[in-house]
Structure formats: C-alpha cells, structure tokens
Design a protein around this ligand. Structure first.
Ligand SMILES: [Zn+2]
Length: 198
C-alpha cells in the first residue's frame, strides 16, 4: 500500500523578515503573526507542532481586499476544527498589537470558543486607530492574556519560527535598546489595561 503524502514541512520566516518586522523600535507597514497551539491536559501543556506557523496581513495589491493578519489567522484556526471537548492554549506572537476591529473579532472568537485560551504577545503597540486601548481591554476582559514581547519571546520566536539555513545554533542578535523599549511598552500596556472605562 502506498504511503500517504509526507506531512508538509511548515514554513519558517527568513531571518531578515523577522528582524525587520519584529524590531520594537521600527514602524514597518506589515504585520506578522506567529502562532503555536498546546493541548492542555491537567497541569500539562502538550505542544501540537502541526499547528505552528505564521501569517501576515494582505495588502490591497492584485485586486485583493486588504486584510489584517488576525482575521487570516482566525480563518486558519477555524479550519483546524479543534475538538470542543478538549482545552487548548494558543499563543500568538504578533509584530503589531491588534487594531480595534481585530480585537473585536478576536473577542468574539473567544466568547464562542470557550475551549481555547489565547495569549497575545506583541512586539509593538498599534496606536494609529482610535479606540485601540478599549480594544486591548476588551481582549483582556474576554480572557485573553495580553503582554509585550520581552527578550525572552524574541529569542523564542527566533528559535522556533525563523529559518536559519541549517545553522540551528545561530543565536538571536538583539538590536540596541530592545530591552529598554520592551520595558517601556510593558509599562504603557499596563496603564492601558488598568484604565477603567468611564
Ligand atoms: Zn486589525
């Protein structure tokens, strides 16, 4: 009997794409979102490597509708049909925090999918849309954990989502002021999340 097709190798991001897009001091136009899924069994977290990868937003090029990274990711998640009898933790590492529209979509998803815990770790806070603070608070209220990426998460993503062209041990090259910037953003986010709606 012929064997089935080999599982498709998951795609990795190239180094420069990661460094350009996740740099917490830059303002790139694109948004990248890396994701991973763990099955929660009692105290154990079992990584599900089939559900690990990344997406990015789609521009308005080629007549396609402009689409942020989060709805693309939500569609991908829906295609997995995760068992509603089980519990999962989904972690996303996103280069820009969700805009208010995407926060709304993620919040709706969480309300409809109680078997999923969501952690959102962002490299930068997206402040260009009005209402972004309320969007982040709504995510937290819906049970999502929202935090800024620290050096630890940048190193983790570098190791897990980036293609090192056979040089597996290549260590993450932090940019100047990465830690200072991350700490500043963490404080700012804490202020946003603590703020009470009037
Ligand atoms: Zn968005």
């Amino acid at each position: 009997m012929a064997a089935g097709p080999a599982p498709e190798a998951r795609s990795l991001m190239d180094e420069q794409t990661f460094l350009d897009n996740f740099n917490n001091l830059k303002y790139p136009r694109k948004t990248y979102l890396c994701y991973e899924v763990e099955l929660l069994v009692g105290e154990n977290h079992i990584p599900l490597d089939d559900y690990k990868g990344f997406v990015h937003n789609e521009g308005a090029a080629m007549g396609l509708e402009r689409c942020h990274a989060e709805p693309i990711f939500l569609e991908r998640m829906a295609s997995w049909n995760l068992d509603t009898e089980l519990r999962y933790r989904i972690t996303v590492f996103i280069s820009w925090s969700p805009c208010p529209d995407c926060a709304k979509k993620l919040t709706k998803f969480l309300r409809e999918n109680r078997h999923v815990n969501l952690r959102i770790l962002a490299a930068r806070i997206y402040e260009r849309s009005q209402g972004y603070e309320a969007g982040l608070r709504a995510l937290k209220a819906a049970g999502a954990e929202v935090a800024m990426m620290t050096l630890h998460e940048f190193e983790y993503c570098w190791k897990n989502f980036v293609d090192h062209q056979q040089d597996e041990d290549k260590s993450f090259p932090p940019w100047d002021n990465l830690v200072v910037r991350s700490e500043k953003l963490t404080k700012k986010l804490a202020g946003i999340l603590q703020h009470r709606e009037e």
